[in-house]
Design a protein around this ligand. Structure first.
Ligand SMILES: [Zn+2]
Length: 395
């Protein structure tokens, strides 16, 4: 690698995570994006960023991105980004290939993240919040996101014996009468579900197995059948399917996950961009550390689930995802694009498929990534085939 700063394009090598919830390596999208997938059983995530857990590597060097930016932060990121984000890369870009439900979780606000990190750095490794953008790459992405309307929940309580069993008479009465504030009713009943003692959780599994889920939509039915086998001794997250909204998004759709909104990815491939952070607060569908009381305290119970269309085609073959995040702005560049790029600050290019040509010199193939220096104020991107993601930091 040249130390010469006239080298504006730095090739990155992503790092993969082989978590068991990922798709088997032979079917994972990630296998198609890395050089050699043969040594993996599962391929769950591909990371491109400077998070200490798995920093990307600089190609043809023995440095990782954290080490590289230590020396070149101002030149590469630009003074504005450096001062705003204390010389560290603000965003983390990922590809996920999900085969079995991830934990029910929510992301903390920046204030809460600081508090949790100070108190429990083992379980909350970062001081940072985690605003997150997800873009669907597979034909469908199943997920839970945000709360259902109380009418829907009430309907489930009538039809699903397991849900009826776990809730107290008081909660059911409140749900019927609707005399209290909706958020209070919701918080009380969700607390009863995720704080239920083990014997009750076991009984829930038994009831789900024996008495089923009534006329719940086919997607949910399928998941409950799968999860009662996966968690035979119960799991506090399983009844969340009747409290949180279930979605099946299509390829190309996207969502922005705000802090304090409960969610869980269930199955599908996606790309994610987030602030550099690995902080999540979990409450079920996992054997990992759960922090139910913190979650109940921080969740936004006023929110009724809604996914807004955040895609904006600012010019042909250049689609931008509009989010309030200060750490990143993501665009999808597709076949036919020929564009002079003149953004301020550091940029990341990641080729998902086909070939992308930079300045008629660098040919990027699928799985390849380049960091573009702040010093490079004008360069040409051409896409003959496929798609490339572009990440910049709004300045
Ligand atoms: Zn999340």
């Amino acid at each position: 690698m040249s130390k010469d700063n006239s080298n504006h394009f730095i090739k990155l090598v992503p790092v993969v995570q082989d978590y068991k919830w990922g798709k088997p390596a032979n079917t994972s999208l990630i296998a198609k994006l890395i050089e050699d997938a043969s040594s993996y059983e599962y391929l769950a995530e591909l990371w491109l960023g400077a998070h200490p857990k798995a920093p990307a590597l600089i190609a043809n060097s023995n440095l990782n991105l954290i080490q590289f930016l230590k020396e070149h932060a101002t030149n590469f990121m630009g003074a504005k980004i450096c001062s705003k984000f204390k010389n560290s890369l603000p965003f983390l870009f990922k590809i996920l290939s999900v085969n079995s439900s991830l934990s029910i979780q929510a992301h903390p606000s920046i204030e809460l993240a600081k508090k949790l990190h100070a108190k429990d750095p083992k379980n909350y490794p970062d001081e940072n919040h985690k605003p997150e953008l997800a873009i669907v790459l597979s034909d469908s992405l199943e997920l839970l996101y945000g709360f259902r309307k109380l009418e829907e929940i009430s309907n489930f309580v009538k039809k699903i014996p397991a849900l009826n069993f776990i809730l107290s008479e008081k909660s059911k009465k409140d749900l019927q009468s609707r005399e209290k504030a909706d958020s209070e009713i919701l918080k009380n009943l969700y607390s009863e579900i995720i704080l239920a003692e083990e014997t009750k959780q076991k009984k829930v599994i038994k009831l789900l197995k024996e008495q089923g889920v009534g006329d719940a939509e086919a997607g949910i039915k399928k998941w409950i059948e799968e999860l009662v086998e996966k968690y035979p001794n119960g799991d506090r997250g399983i009844l969340s399917f009747f409290i949180l909204k279930y979605y099946e998004l299509s390829k190309g759709e996207a969502l922005f996950i705000e802090p304090a909104i409960p969610h869980a990815y269930l199955r599908g491939d996606l790309t994610e961009c987030m602030a550099t952070s690995d902080n999540v607060i979990r409450a079920g569908l996992t054997y990992k550390f759960c922090d139910e009381l913190v979650l109940l305290d921080m969740l936004n119970f006023d929110n009724v689930s809604q996914i807004l269309d955040i895609r904006k085609e600012t010019e042909e073959n250049f689609l931008t995802y509009e989010t309030p995040a200060k750490e990143f702005k993501v665009s999808k560049l597709s076949k036919g694009l020929s564009k002079k790029m003149n953004f301020e600050g550091l940029e990341l290019l990641f080729c998902l498929s086909g070939t992308t040509i930079i300045n008629k010199e660098i040919s990027m193939n699928k799985g390849e990534a380049y960091l573009v220096s702040d010093k490079c104020s004008n360069y040409l991107v051409e896409i003959k085939e496929g798609e490339t993601f572009h990440v910049r930091v709004p300045v």
